[in-house]
Design a binder for this molecule. Structure first.
Ligand code: NAP
Length: 507
């Protein structure tokens, strides 16, 4: 065990071991032993979170903002260890992890600024009208309040920005909700160091121990016990459609159902309109290949499918994408499971009737090389498996014969995180007819760009109709994501000294 690692869970300020242990499966470096999570530890952490809510849920915004900034500082203090352990566990290059750490600390500080401004509270006041006839109107005030303890599932593909102190945790803590994280078993060491940073910040800010806990994985019972625990009031999740759906169903079947904010799967379709393809098919092909292969294609916004109308430039687009993908060196995938799911997905696409393989590559172990396939509209409509996400650098081009086919395909798609159109001025008629369809399908619609690289800002929406997310009124990236962990409460004729500080102007 690296001296920096304890191999334990952090339960309400205490490092706790458990009898059963699991071995990490790092990409490089030695395998390490970690205590496996148990339902008993879930119970301890969830009850401590509920107890902490009675103080943390009533802290002032300035105190919570200081806590978020302290977490960012403590993460930076541990930067070198996080990168060292993180690269060993995930196989991600140091530069990527350093960038992701910057995004993680940036979003913690962004939430600190956001809650200090206070707009998110959406305060409303309808003053009393005692003289109103036939009945007087009472005084009504509304404000957003934190919902209580939140469970967060760390994501495998973002060991920092969507894990222990990632977007879900930052949003929940900013809202005033204690957090219990179920660490992803692909990067337990990274999770432990980040948990240590959060705990150091909690101590510095003199907050209740139950404000944050980390339970390591290694046991499926942990996730099921966590989402079913009566103290947990909402869940933030990024992962597979299968796992997310199982946990979503558990949340819905609780005696007291709770919201499950799952970000599951998306193929992020690109629609290539004729004038744009004729003018710059080759450039679009190169750009697509770069976006598709980035990070071994392990991004939820990976643009896996391109729809192109046959005609001038379509061949250039495919040739340029194929050439760029053929030159992409093999990359290491995050886990053995993700690598084997990638190969299974490739077989599913390859065996589809009417599908042609355009690149002759192969990969084994955790190593991934890009694949490129082509099919036509008829085969697409006949073979539903083609519309399913393949998590990795696999591209599918669907060659269409008409604008009408493009509109029909857009209408048939399931919910997506993103939809992209590549267009020129002469494409505006087709683009205008696609827009109302695409905005019903996706959380984010792009023109002339690529969806990988999600900005963490006020106007970002990272969500979309099912299966992109389980709760399409929300986003899991950007400041609006705080709304998932708030609920509006109306106070009718409540004396000022009983109102929450945020309403009474005391904060
Ligand atoms: P996953 O298998 O869905 O696991 C995510 C988390 O949920 C893990 O903590 C896992 O626990 C837990 N979990 C999953 N199913 C569960 C169940 N039935 N009961 C209790 N807990 C459960 O996702 P993953 O391991 O990150 O990657 C697997 C696949 O998910 C990938 O191949 C890819 O297809 C997809 N994926 C998609 C995205 C996206 O952004 N859309 C991101 C990452 C992965 P354990 O640690 O015990 O497994």
């Amino acid at each position: 065990m690296t001296s920096a690692l304890r191999g334990k869970h952090l339960i309400a300020g205490e490092w706790v071991g458990s009898e059963t242990r699991f071995s990490s499966e790092p990409s490089t470096g030695p395998a390490r032993e970690f205590s496996a999570g148990t339902p008993e530890l879930v119970d301890r952490a969830a009850k401590a979170a509920e107890e902490a809510f009675w103080s943390y849920g009533y802290t002032g915004r300035a105190k919570r903002a200081a806590f978020l900034r302290a977490i960012a500082d403590e993460i930076e203090t541990r930067a070198d260890t996080i990168t060292e352990i993180g690269t060993e566990e995930t196989g991600l290059p140091a530069a990527r992890l350093n960038g992701e750490r910057g995004r993680t600390t940036g979003q913690l500080r962004l939430f600190a600024d956001h809650i200090e401004k206070g707009d998110y509270l959406d305060r409303r006041h309808d003053e009393a009208m005692p003289e109103r006839k036939p009945a007087p109107r009472p005084d009504l005030q509304m404000v957003q309040r934190p919902i209580g303890p939140v469970a967060v599932f760390g994501a495998s593909n973002f060991p920092l920005a969507f894990s222990t102190a990632g977007g879900d945790t930052a949003a929940a803590l900013a809202a005033g909700c204690p957090v219990v994280v179920k660490g992803h078993s692909a990067h337990p060491g990274t999770s432990e160091i980040v948990a240590d940073a959060i705990d150091a910040a909690r101590r510095r800010c003199d907050l209740a121990p139950g404000v944050f806990s980390l339970i390591q994985g290694g046991n499926r019972d942990v996730g099921t016990a966590l989402v079913q625990h009566p103290c947990i009031q909402a869940v933030g999740f990024t992962g597979s459609l299968r796992g997310g759906r199982a946990l979503f169903d558990l949340c819905a079947s609780r005696p007291e159902p709770i919201p499950f904010f799952g970000e599951l799967g998306s193929v992020n379709p690109m629609f290539l309109l004729p004038a744009a393809v004729a003018a710059r098919g080759s450039d679009i092909g190169k750009g697509w290949a770069a976006s598709l292969a980035m990070g071994a294609g392990q991004f939820c916004t990976n643009p896996g499918i391109a729809f192109v109308i046959d005609g001038k430039g379509a061949d250039d687009f495919i040739a340029a994408a194929g050439e760029a993908l053929a030159q992409t060196p093999p990359q290491t995938m995050l886990t053995d499971g993700i690598a084997s799911a990638y190969r299974e997905g490739r077989e599913r696409v390859r065996k589809g009737s009417g599908v042609r393989e355009l690149l002759e590559t192969s990969c084994s172990g955790r190593s991934a090389t890009p694949y490129l396939y082509e099919t036509d509209a008829e085969s697409w409509f006949e073979n539903h498996a083609l519309a399913e996400e393949v998590f990795g650098p696999l591209g599918l081009v669907v060659r269409l014969q008409s604008e009408d086919q493009m509109r029909r395909i857009a209408t048939s798609l399931k919910g997506q995180l993103t939809c992209t159109i590549h267009m020129d001025g002469a494409d505006s008629g087709l683009a205008r007819s696609l827009m109302p369809v695409l905005e019903r399908k996706a959380g984010r619609v792009l023109a002339n760009g690529f969806p990988t690289g999600v900005e963490v800002v006020d106007s970002m929406v990272h969500g979309g109709p099912y299966p992109a997310s389980t709760n399409f009124g929300h986003t899991s990236v950007g400041t609006l994501s705080i709304r998932r962990f708030l609920r509006p409460v109306c106070y009718q004729d409540v004396p000022e000294d009983l109102l929450p500080a945020d309403l009474a102007g005391r904060d």
